[in-house]
Structure formats: structure tokens, C-alpha cells
Design a protein around this ligand. Structure first.
Ligand SMILES: [Zn+2]
Length: 332
């Protein structure tokens, strides 16, 4: 049964990967330059088993979300696993090579909002479609990886979509999205309902596939953040029985929070006064935004009590830009 599903996935890509071997190549993005083709490493175990899909580099400037899965793809030994692991180290090559932080040439779209994509849309809509149709729809678990880019600071966290499982689909798999989230060993696990309908994690979750989004690190390569992703991915593979052995869990992970976003009230200069990880009381000053002359000043106050989970690092700000996120504990 599992081998049949793996063969269907391989047929969609148009490659042959015998059991116990590895394949690397590209998902073709039809109608556009090969610069948009999506690199993927398929590691097929010598025995049948489930299918795990890991997508890094949705945002080209989040380097630790690229390096973590790249290292896992290099290290996996197909003779020592079951099933199939599909790893895309960098989904958005155009943004990566443009050294762009969030948008992507040529059209500035955000790939994380375009799933499941379209076969006859823009280049990035077709990238989303290639990943969705050739990988995500076949998955038994999906990991979408992110981190901060060079203009942000974050606390590592896992986002768990709260969704209604598709009819009978999740029930066929002996793990839930919360099981996968616990494998990341990160203290903060956010559970906001369907934050971005076009993100891979939410599209997969809506189809009933256990799916999580994990964020760690900054725009700089950072061994600690790379290890968070590496350990998280390999622990998920152990939890699924793809890799042998028990997951390496060294801290309790589950702390449910909801994020509140704080936006810039005007365009101008932004001066943060808080730091990521800092506990904050409601109405406490987080920073200020001024005009170009320093005469008009808007104090930015916390809308809720909690912990600062995200700060924008740029001095330049535009009205409506996200400046902070505050993580507030949810009661179980
Ligand atoms: Zn991102």
C-alpha cells in the first residue's frame, strides 16, 4: 500500500527511485525559466512506510530554515529508513538568489500566501502548484520551515494549525499535528486558527494531513537554530517510524500561545525599546515611531500582557507594518 503511494508520487515527478536509494533533482515549473524550478531530495527507504515532506526556504532570506533541512537531506541514509522523505531545501530560489528578504522577483508575491498555487498563474503561483501537486498532496506529514530574516528577531516557535480534519484522513495516521510539534522541543507552540489560508501548512492541514510550521533563527547562519531544525525534522521522522529509534526529547515542549500583532501607526523612524523574549504587561511601552524630524512621536504600547515574540529590526517603518508580536498563554 505505502509502496503504491510512493510510486504515485515518483510518477508525478517523473523520476525512478528504487527502494534503498536517493534521488536529487528539480520539480519543473512549467512556462518559466529553470531558475524557478524547485530542488528536491528524495530519500526512499529499503522498506515501505509513510511519506514525510519538508519544505524549507519559502522565504529566501530565512537561511536557517534552508540549512537545517539541507543537512538532513545530506545525512539521511536510504538503507536505514522506511518510506520516503522528500526535502525541499529552498522552495523560493528566485528570492534566495535575489537576496530578497520576503518578496520575490519578478512580481513581489509572498510564496507563503500562494498555496495550493495554480498551473497557469504567475511564476510563484506555479512554484506553489508544483510543490502542492507533486509533494504535499501525497504526504502523511508536512513540515513548513521558517525563521527570522535579516530584518527581524523572533523566539523559536512551532505553529500548529487548528483545523477540522478532513473526513477520515487524519484518522489513518497514528500521529497528530500536536505530536509532530512536540518533536521540535521548542517551548512555545502557537495555535492560532488558520492564520494564512495560502500557506503550505494550512493547505495541508485543511486536507487532513498532520502539518506544522516551525520557525527558528535569524538571517545569519546560526548553529543553534540549524540544530533546532535538524533535531526537529529527525525527531518527526523517528516519531513517524521512518527513522529507527526513539525521538530525542530533552525538554517539555507544549506551551500554547496566541500571537497579537502590533502595527506601525505611521510611516517614519522606528525605535524598539523591548527585546525578544521579554515579559510585557498590557500597555507597557514597547517602542516609538517618530516623524523624520523627531517632533511627532507615537509610543507603541502592548495591547495585551505576554512575552515579546517578534520584533522588526529596521529603522524605517511604514504605516501598517508589523513591529512586534506578543505571545499570550492560552489556557488549556
Ligand atoms: Zn518566513
Amino acid at each position: 500500500m505505502d509502496n503504491d503511494r510512493i510510486e504515485v508520487l515518483l510518477g508525478g515527478i517523473g523520476c525512478s527511485v528504487p527502494p534503498g536509494t536517493k534521488w536529487q533533482g528539480f520539480l519543473r515549473v512549467e512556462g518559466f525559466s529553470p531558475d524557478f524550478d524547485v530542488p528536491v531530495v528524495l530519500t526512499r527507504g529499503s522498506e515501505p512506510g509513510p511519506i514525510a515532506v519538508v519544505i524549507g526556504g519559502i522565504h529566501g532570506g530565512e537561511h536557517n530554515s534552508i540549512e537545517g533541512p539541507r543537512r538532513v537531506a545530506c545525512d539521511l541514509d536510504p538503507t536505514k529508513l522506511k518510506g520516503l522523505v522528500a526535502i525541499v531545501p529552498v522552495a523560493n530560489r528566485a528570492a534566495f538568489h535575489a537576496r530578497s528578504h520576503n518578496g520575490s522577483p519578478p512580481d513581489g508575491q509572498n510564496l507563503a500566501r500562494l498555496f495550493p498555487g495554480s498551473p497557469d498563474g504567475t511564476a510563484l503561483e506555479r512554484v506553489a502548484y508544483a510543490i502542492s501537486s507533486k509533494l504535499l498532496q501525497h504526504a502523511d506529514a508536512v513540515l513548513e520551515l521558517h525563521g527570522a530574516d535579516a530584518l527581524e528577531v523572533i523566539i523559536p516557535h512551532v505553529y500548529v494549525p487548528e483545523h477540522q480534519p478532513g473526513p477520515g484522513v487524519s484518522g489513518q495516521r497514528p500521529w497528530t499535528e500536536w505530536d509532530l510539534a512536540d518533536m521540535y522541543c521548542i517551548e512555545v507552540i502557537a495555535a492560532t486558527p488558520h492564520r494564512d489560508p495560502g500557506s503550505p501548512v494550512n493547505v495541508s492541514a485543511s486536507a487532513g494531513i498532520p502539518s506544522i510550521l516551525a520557525e527558528a533563527g535569524s538571517g545569519d547562519l546560526d548553529e543553534h537554530a540549524i540544530r533546532i531544525h535538524y533535531r526537529g525534522i529527525t525527531n518527526v521522522l523517528r516519531r513517524m517510524g521512518i527513522l529507527a529509534g526513539l525521538p530525542l526529547i530533552d525538554q517539555p515542549a507544549r506551551r500554547r500561545v496566541r500571537y497579537s500583532r502590533v502595527q506601525s501607526p505611521r510611516s517614519g523612524f522606528f525605535y524598539p525599546k523591548a527585546r525578544v523574549g521579554q515579559p510585557i504587561e498590557k500597555d507597557q511601552v514597547l517602542g516609538e515611531v517618530t516623524d523624520y524630524f523627531g517632533h511627532e512621536r507615537d509610543l507603541i504600547r502592548a495591547p495585551v500582557s505576554g512575552v515579546v515574540g517578534f520584533i522588526k529590526k529596521t529603522m524605517a517603518t511604514n504605516e501598517g507594518n508589523g513591529l512586534f508580536s506578543i505571545a499570550t498563554d492560552l489556557k488549556d
